[in-house]
Unconditional design. Structure first.
Ligand code: NI
Length: 297
């Protein structure tokens, strides 16, 4: 990613816990400098590789393979989401924690932690993982979390043909709807890589594009204390924070992150709760909520 028109930004000023060079090293082969803190950067690649165990492939003419229901066992009912909360992030100090690349069986541990802290989060999910672990998606929804589209196989959407790009979004929308009964309204392009074609396709599927304001580089540095410090130090009001529930070291960091941010007065909300009554416009790209803290309506 070399910046420029490839990246659409709704709001500038995303802050991450590494230099842009550190992130760009993942795609550009340049040297990383992860020691730099709080640099103004372009949206960062969220990680170097796809989720563990996922072989990247571009969708062809085949659609996603639906799980075959076992004989005599009816398909489970759609998840019934937890009651929506009346939370106004113009009055409350909010942060939206987001977790990418699941679901995996280990997501259950994170859900236990979030429940114990009464924290809600947003999960950006990989379609082919959703097809493997639909019950985890149902649990996410049932426990009040938000789910979003993170493509079928973690492809770089900006590099795909229009047909392949559409498959990545539509297959994943279908898998998430089938698993949970919920049709997502959010997409996170893998690596934060987007362009006008991706934006147009997101708009077609009524998906707002969500990247992040803080990337603790948890996909690269498997160190719970480091991830904890980067998230806690980098978080500001109304920010969207990127993490990965497929990294056990990240899940291990979450209890301390929640404790410390709660002590600073933060409430943990979903992306849609963060935006509240403000419309998330399909196709637009967001890194944070431009709320009271930023002096915007
Ligand atoms: Ni990802």
């Amino acid at each position: 990613m070399s910046g420029g028109p490839k990246i659409l930004r709704k709001w500038a000023g995303g802050v991450a816990l590494a230099t842009a060079v550190a992130a760009l090293s993942q795609v550009g082969g340049r040297q990383a400098d992860a020691s730099a803190a709080l640099a103004e950067v372009k949206p960062l690649p969220d990680h170097q590789m796809g989720p563990a165990g996922i072989t990247a492939r571009h969708p062809g003419s085949r659609g996603p393979t639906a799980p075959t229901p076992r004989a005599g066992r009816p398909a489970p009912a759609p998840a019934r989401g937890a009651a929506p909360r009346a939370i106004d992030c113009r009055k409350v100090q909010c942060v939206a924690l987001t977790f990418d690349d699941g679901p995996i069986p280990g997501t259950a541990k994170l859900l236990d932690i979030l429940k114990a802290h009464q924290a809600r989060a947003t999960f950006f999910l990989i379609g082919q993982q959703v097809a493997k672990y639909p019950e985890m998606v149902r649990r996410e929804v049932a426990e009040g979390h938000q789910i979003g589209n993170h493509t079928w196989d973690h492809s770089d959407l900006s590099k795909l043909s229009d047909a392949a790009l559409e498959s990545q979004l539509s297959w994943t929308q279908d898998a998430l709807k089938k698993a949970s009964g919920v049709t997502p309204v959010l997409v996170r392009p893998p690596y934060g890589s987007t362009n006008t074609r991706v934006a147009a396709m997101a708009r077609k599927y009524k998906l707002a594009q969500l990247t992040w304001a803080v990337d603790p580089l948890d996909w690269k540095d498997h160190d719970s204390a480091m991830v904890e410090r980067r998230v806690v130090d980098g978080t500001q009001r109304d920010y969207i924070i990127l993490m990965h529930d497929i990294q056990p070291t990240t899940v291990d960091a979450v209890p301390k992150i929640l404790d410390q941010l709660a002590a600073k007065g933060y409430s943990f909300v979903t992306v849609s709760e963060l935006f509240g009554a403000a419309p998330l416009v399909p196709g637009e790209l967001y890194t944070k909520f431009p709320g009271t803290a930023q002096g915007l309506p």
